[in-house]
Design a protein around this ligand. Structure first.
Ligand code: NAG
Ligand code: NAG
Ligand code: NAG
Length: 296
């Protein structure tokens, strides 16, 4: 006060303003606006917004230091933890920082225990917006939805679909085949992973039957066997002959399915092709019988 109140330094007579009067009016106006801005900045901004909670009551046009705002959990959320839900405008014109951790999402009704089923909470909880995944134990299959979602409608939560169930995997007997049979042919119903093994009947003729395909079948899913059944039929390849060479392994009277033969060429010749051939299901040697060509 003392320094600024030295009147001796003030000019004794105020000079007239050099500006015309309308500029003076504008100047006054600017000063007024500046003052108003200053007044309003001496306040907190609008109260903070949260995902899980909303303010109680109506928002005021402005908040001064000391003003308090209370929050409550939004619809779909419930008060679950003791965190403060009240903030106030601090002296430096900022809101006391708070969180919405007091509110927790509403949960869906508890899931029943489903026999032979494992529930996996995809998002960790059964709150709305979260999914549950169901997996049956081995040997069981799912009837119904693999995933269900907890949903919110108004203030109510509910599951998007009924919970599924897990039923035992069963297989009817596998197909019967011509000229052959399988083990456990008197069983009416097979359980998961149970198997049957096929075999061919004796032919009572010149050539025996070969079993072509999978010998054993497993019940792998409800009503599903691991593969189609094999066939029993005569598979017979021509006697293996090699000009300028000879067979060295796999000697037999007859060459049925999967008979394997190895060859060698005579001295002065070499094998063109594969030296090992197998009798395939078409009664042909595979790869074809090689040839012996001159030279080493
Ligand atoms: C306002 O004051 C509070 C308490 O003194 C302090 O924690 C906060 O950081 C301040 N905020 C700002 C924006 O300066
Ligand atoms: C739940 O988890 C799934 C799969 O990870 C994801 O796609 C989905 O966005 C999650 N939902 C929420 C609400 O987090
Ligand atoms: C048997 O012959 C058929 C028709 O010629 C052919 O499509 C099939 O691939 C052959 N099978 C084998 C194992 O060579």
């Amino acid at each position: 006060m003392t320094a600024s109140s030295a009147p001796s330094k003030e000019p004794s007579v105020r000079r007239e303003s050099p500006l015309p009067s309308r500029w003076r009016v504008l100047g006054t106006l600017l000063v007024t606006v500046g003052f108003l801005l200053f007044t309003f900045s001496d306040a907190c901004g609008p109260p903070p917004k949260f995902e899980a909670m909303e303010m109680v009551g109506k928002q005021k046009p402005s908040y001064s230091p000391g003003d308090q705002v209370n929050y409550k959990c939004k619809q779909g959320w419930e008060h679950a933890y003791t965190f403060t839900t009240t903030t106030y405008c601090e002296l430096n014109n900022s809101w006391l920082p708070i969180t919405d951790w007091a509110c927790e999402k509403l949960k869906c009704p508890k899931l029943p225990t489903i026999p032979h089923c494992r529930e996996h909470l995809v998002n960790g909880t059964i709150a709305w917006g979260h999914q549950v995944h169901f997996v049956c134990d081995e040997g069981y299959y799912l009837v119904g939805r693999k995933f269900i979602l907890c949903q919110l409608k108004g203030a109510r939560t509910f599951w998007s679909h009924a919970v599924p169930r897990c039923e035992k995997i069963l297989c009817s007997p596998p197909p019967k085949i011509k000229n052959g049979k399988y083990t456990f042919s008197d069983v009416d119903i097979f359980e998961y992973a149970e198997s049957v093994t096929y075999s061919c009947d004796p032919s009572h003729e010149e050539d025996e039957f070969s079993l072509v395909g999978e010998k054993s079948l497993y019940c792998v899913a409800n009503g599903v066997w691991s593969s189609s059944p094999p066939e029993c039929r005569v598979v017979k390849c021509l006697y293996p002959e090699l000009k300028n060479g000879r067979q060295i392994t796999g000697f037999r009277k007859k060459y049925y399915y999967q008979a394997t033969v190895m060859f060698e060429c005579n001295l002065g010749y070499h094998v063109r092709g594969s030296d090992t051939v197998v009798c395939n299901s078409n009664s042909t040697w595979e790869p074809p019988i090689p040839t012996c060509v001159k030279g080493v």
